[in-house]
Write a new protein. Structure first.
Length: 634
């Protein structure tokens, strides 16, 4: 096994073993076909046009899926971090490439195959049977008509068939899988020698030449960073709140014009039993989980207590301990399939299995609260605060614009502050790292401050809720101080460095003797005045090792020590000094456990290999094709 791990230390195998994420390649949606023409397009693939409309339909649908997943509010930076636009564009191009290849080979999707696929999709079924109302409802939630979806789904199936044909030959090695599983699940028993640095003797005089050489080698550490002296104005709507007011009549008008804002939606107290569906579940696995859910439902309808069954069987660990109780859940915040099921229940009824994004659910309606309204008296203070904040935000934005226009014309920050009654603040010796008092070190502000010349005024900067204007009144360039300025600090660092070097050297000497005589570990430790400390058993894939940390060197040590080579050949830098590590035993994970977990790992690795193989084919197909991408849309 060690040979395998060393051989593949930088390969996909170790990346998977150390927790690499598998992204299953799914081909969604469609392309326009060679006959369609459009003045606006996302891409052209060998004459096939992927239209802007198609791209936007797919993008809007995916955004809607995310909105449902996040219960209506997508984090503001999520789409940018996901690079959703680029991802969708590339998937559409990949699909077009695969469909071209499929047509070249005479592969097609028949009407019967399309109908069978749609009718067998669990999301479109009620009680295991295709339901046209469920089908249309699910499509509405992702902004598709049946006609559009069926065109897209046919093309998706064709692309998937082509992808499957390309990747069917990819196989896994059972012995390799088993070795990888043991690599992930066997526990290492390690012993550690901790060599602590000797405390530097402050009174011991250091050689001046050595101090000078040390300072020259580490000059950047002692560099005095650049700094600026600033005048600045920080305008916040919060500073205006006490100067503004809102009348009760205005609050009442707002209350009457926004009734939905003061409506408490209908809510349901439900109990839930969840049977999760693994990401790689096939139809056989889905049927198995559904059958188990039906058996649990039969037990409940046969008289067993729902809460007791939930405690025994639900895989929602947070609610299972409470008998599946989810408390009151407002309408519009539940998963769409669950909400549709709950709306048709009477209090006390049980229904299921209901397929949601997480798995199959059994649901009991315990209580229901009708929609109700918050009275004006209850809402008044909240409305007054909101209107006052809105008014203050609008006024500060207008005041900031007017103020900055004055500053821009006169380039005199002080006079503009006097005119508008704003406080002019100042700060000396401002560095990028330390930031500006009261403003912090927002990169947007700091970049502006350090890009200005002496005497220049910044643009009007919006930082969070505030408006900022800066003026640079002094600049100090970065400089390396003379040795005499920082001699005390340099001498202290030098002594620490020398102590650390001695510690590392001692560790290297210990390692050398251990490698020569591994059976004399205790005697060698005693010779050097240290004692072995046994660490708790730990897996090779652990992210953090107690007393050793989580450095790259620690991860390398976990991946490479073995019974054949138990001494790790390098000293490890740890918090309290330097560690020498050896392997004393391996706790081998049981074969019964492997029999349960091995097949899933094999499927996982097979998917990784198929994904990599397919991506390689797609690169080749794209290189052979003429692909034009309209990057303006991205």
């Amino acid at each position: 096994m060690l040979d395998l791990m060393r051989k593949h230390a930088r390969s996909w195998l170790i990346k998977v073993a150390l927790g690499g994420v598998i992204i299953v390649f799914i081909f969604w949606y469609g392309w326009s076909g060679p006959g369609e023409q459009s003045s606006t397009y996302l891409a052209k693939v060998d004459g096939t046009i992927i239209t802007t409309q198609e791209y936007r339909e797919v993008y809007d649908s995916e955004v809607e899926r995310l909105r449902q997943r996040f219960r209506g509010g997508i984090p503001s930076d999520l789409l940018e971090k996901m690079e959703l636009k680029k991802s969708i564009a590339q998937n559409l191009i990949n699909q077009a490439l695969l469909i071209h290849e499929a047509k070249r080979l005479g592969i097609s999707v028949t009407d019967e195959e399309l109908v069978d696929d749609i009718r067998s999709t669990p999301l479109f079924q009620r009680n295991g049977v295709f339901d046209d109302g469920m089908y249309r409802s699910q499509l509405r939630t992702i902004k598709f008509t049946p006609q559009t979806y069926e065109v897209y789904r046919r093309k998706q199936l064709l692309a998937q068939q082509m992808a499957q044909l390309l990747t069917d030959s990819v196989k896994t090695n059972p012995e390799e899988i088993k070795q990888l599983w043991h690599f992930q699940n066997d526990n290492l028993v390690l012993s550690m020698l901790l060599i602590r640095p000797e405390t530097p003797a402050e009174q011991q005089a250091a050689d001046p030449k050595e101090i000078e050489a040390f300072f020259t080698e580490h000059q950047s550490k002692y560099e005095v960073p650049p700094s600026v002296d600033l005048q600045y104005v920080d305008l916040s709507w919060r500073d205006l709140k006490d100067k503004l007011s809102v009348s009760e009549d205005e609050a009442r008008d707002y209350y009457q014009m926004n009734p939905r804002e003061f409506t408490i939606p209908e809510s349901y107290r439900i109990q839930n039993i969840l049977l999760k569906i693994p990401p790689d579940a096939d139809k056989e696995k889905l049927d198995e989980i559904r059958k188990k859910a039906e058996e649990l439902l039969a037990r409940i309808k046969g008289g067993e207590d729902f809460a007791q069954v939930a405690q025994q069987a639900s895989e929602d660990t947070a609610s299972a301990v409470k008998g599946g109780d989810l408390g009151f859940v407002a309408k519009g915040t539940m998963s769409r399939p669950i909400e549709m099921a709950v709306q048709n229940l009477a209090v006390g009824d049980v229904t299921g299995p209901v397929l949601s994004e997480q798995g199959y659910n059994l649901i009991k309606l315990e209580d229901k609260k009708p929609e109700s309204a918050i009275s004006f008296d209850e809402a008044k203070q909240r409305i007054l605060d909101k209107l006052l904040e809105d008014r203050a935000r609008k006024k500060i934005a207008a005041d900031a614009d007017e103020f900055y226009e004055q500053v821009y014309r006169t380039e005199n920050l002080e006079k503009a502050c006097q005119k508008f009654g704003f406080e002019l603040k100042s700060a000396k010796g401002v560095t990028r790292a330390a930031g500006i008092p009261g403003l912090g070190n927002d990169p947007k502000i700091m970049n502006e401050a350090f890009d200005l010349k002496n005497g220049e005024v910044s643009r009007l900067i919006k930082s969070g809720d505030n408006f900022i204007v800066l003026k640079v009144v002094g600049i100090t360039r970065a400089r390396v101080p003379g040795l005499d300025e920082v001699r005390t600090e340099v001498e202290k660092d030098y002594r620490k460095d020398q102590a650390q070097r001695k510690t590392v050297k001692k560790a290297q000497e210990i390692i050398a003797e251990l490698q020569k005589s591994p059976g004399e570990a205790d005697e060698i430790a005693k010779k050097f005045g240290v004692t072995w400390e046994q660490l708790d058993p730990i897996s090779r894939t652990a992210g953090f090792t107690p007393k050793l940390g989580r450095s790259d060197e620690v991860q390398e040590m976990l991946a490479t020590v073995s019974v054949a080579s138990p001494i790790y050949p390098k000293p490890l830098q740890v918090t309290d000094g330097v560690a020498v590590v050896r392997l004393t035993d391996v706790q081998v994970a049981g074969e019964e456990r492997y029999a349960k977990e091995g097949p899933a790992l094999e499927r996982w690795i097979g998917e990784v290999r198929r994904k990599e193989f397919l991506e390689g084919w797609l690169r080749i197909l794209q290189q052979k094709s003429q692909v034009q991408l309209n990057e303006k849309l991205l």
